[in-house]
Unconditional design. Structure first.
Length: 110
């Protein structure tokens, strides 16, 4: 069994939650989102994030707006919709329950 594959799958499973969390209090463009995720050691690539942002937008969880940039092409800034905030709150509750359960089980075994 390949541990790197398992670790990548675990990270991928929480990526949506993390992206919505990055946008919880402020809008951001894709490079900022990627930098935040990379700083947190989620090791994601643009090819993973762009389709996910599009899906989240199509699902009504994100809005975006274009802003001209002085140093390159226009930037697409994303932020949460009201539905996105509600969805994030639900994911946050679920994450807490799941994290507590996993911690309970893994600590019992040690």
């Amino acid at each position: 069994m390949n541990i790197e594959n398992t670790k990548a799958q675990m990270r991928k499973g929480v990526l949506e939650f993390c992206i919505l969390s990055v946008l919880k209090d402020k809008e951001a463009y894709t490079s900022e989102i990627l930098d935040t995720l990379k700083t947190a050691k989620l090791l994601v690539v643009e090819g993973t994030v762009y389709p996910l942002l599009t899906r989240l937008k199509n699902d009504g969880l994100l809005n975006y707006r274009w802003e001209e940039s002085l140093s390159g092409p226009p930037r697409k800034y994303y932020d949460l919709t009201e539905i996105g905030h509600t969805f994030l709150n639900e994911l946050s509750s679920t994450w807490t329950e799941l994290s507590d359960a996993v911690n309970l089980i893994t600590k019992q075994k040690q």
